[in-house]
Design a protein around this ligand. Structure first.
Ligand code: MEV
Length: 322
């Protein structure tokens, strides 16, 4: 039997992270050039030898049963089997490869969940719809992280720009112009669950200041949706900057991210902000045009470990001329 493969993109939150956990909106896009691939290869012999898992980037090479209880790979397999009403694990190897770093704000856990659910259900002979996939991936995210909003699994499941509010179906968005984003890795690994948990603890202690910031972020995100859809690139960049100010007030930035944001803005970016959980991971900048080389240079000089172009095009199938 030939191997079966499923790919899931990385994700990029443009506006609204953290506030989205508390019911406010967020705007997110997939990162087409960065993906996680899950491959299932059947094993004929020995018969009933069970499922083995290999994920070199995560230092995993073991029988399925040896994975820690809350591991997202284990959770993804279990929710898929339950959804399909199948009890027995197949005799196969599940291999995971990604071309982007884990724990960097690019949604690796959501990509992992989506790719594993997709390949596993296909391997067992069932096709799965995007809403089903999204529901299952959210269950995996919840078991691994506690209180995710669901924005990561939604943008990864639907693989298109979305407007997201917790508990509602995501709304697909169409950009009104070609947006040329760049993302730069601060090199600092940070768990999103940790930054979300820390903010929740502070919110429990005193919610007034944090709620005020979230309301401002929600207003900016709503304006951002209009700017995105009507193709007002510069306006969108300004809103990213205002969003960054609020995230910094919430204590979610760090000197390394601040340095990258400043370098991007100094080189003429329309906007720059952290993306995802913050306190490390990636930042995102918005270039005025498709010419992004000067920004890459400036970001690398400011300490970025890598810089990736993320074009979000009005007509992705066509050409990308301005
Ligand atoms: C993480 O990619 C985005 C956060 O808003 C958390 C979440 O929405 O679950 C920080």
């Amino acid at each position: 039997m030939p191997a079966l493969t499923a790919k899931a993109p990385a994700k990029l939150i443009l506006l609204g992270e953290h506030a989205v956990v508390y019911g406010y909106p967020a705007l997110a896009v997939p990162v087409a050039s960065r993906w996680l691939r899950a491959t299932m290869q059947a094993r004929i012999k020995p018969a009933n030898s069970g499922l083995t898992v290999s994920a070199p980037q995560l230092d995993i090479e073991c029988p399925f049963e040896a994975l820690p209880e809350l591991h997202p790979i284990k959770a993804a397999v279990i929710v898929t089997l339950r959804h399909l009403g199948i009890q027995r694990l197949p005799s196969a190897n599940l291999n995971i490869q990604a071309n982007f770093p884990f724990s960097s704000g690019l949604g690796s856990s959501a990509s992992l969940a989506v790719a594993v659910i997709r390949v596993f259900s296909a391997f067992l002979g069932h096709s799965i719809t995007n809403p089903e996939l999204n529901t299952l991936a959210y269950q995996v995210e919840t078991s691994a992280h506690g209180t995710p909003s669901g924005v990561d699994n939604s943008v990864v499941s639907y693989n298109q720009p979305i407007w997201f509010i917790k508990g509602a179906q995501p709304t697909p968005l169409q950009p009104g112009a070609n947006f040329h984003f760049l993302i730069a890795d601060s090199g600092i690994k940070k768990s999103t669950a940790a930054s979300v948990g820390e903010l929740a603890r502070r919110h429990d202690e005193d919610s007034t200041f944090i709620d005020e910031c979230f309301k401002k972020i929600a207003g900016l995100t709503r304006l951002g949706r209009q700017a995105f859809q009507s193709g007002e690139i510069q306006r969108f960049g300004e809103l990213m900057n205002e969003n960054q100010e609020q995230l910094a007030k919430l204590g979610l930035s760090c000197p390394e991210l601040d340095r990258l944001n400043a370098a991007a803005l100094k080189s003429g970016a329309f906007g720059a902000k952290l993306t995802g959980g913050g306190l490390g991971g990636f930042m995102v900048a918005l270039s005025p045009t498709a010419e992004t080389v000067p920004f890459k240079k400036a970001l690398i000089e400011a300490g970025a470990q890598q810089v990736i172009d993320v074009p979000v095009l009005k007509n992705p199938e066509g050409d990308s001329h301005e």
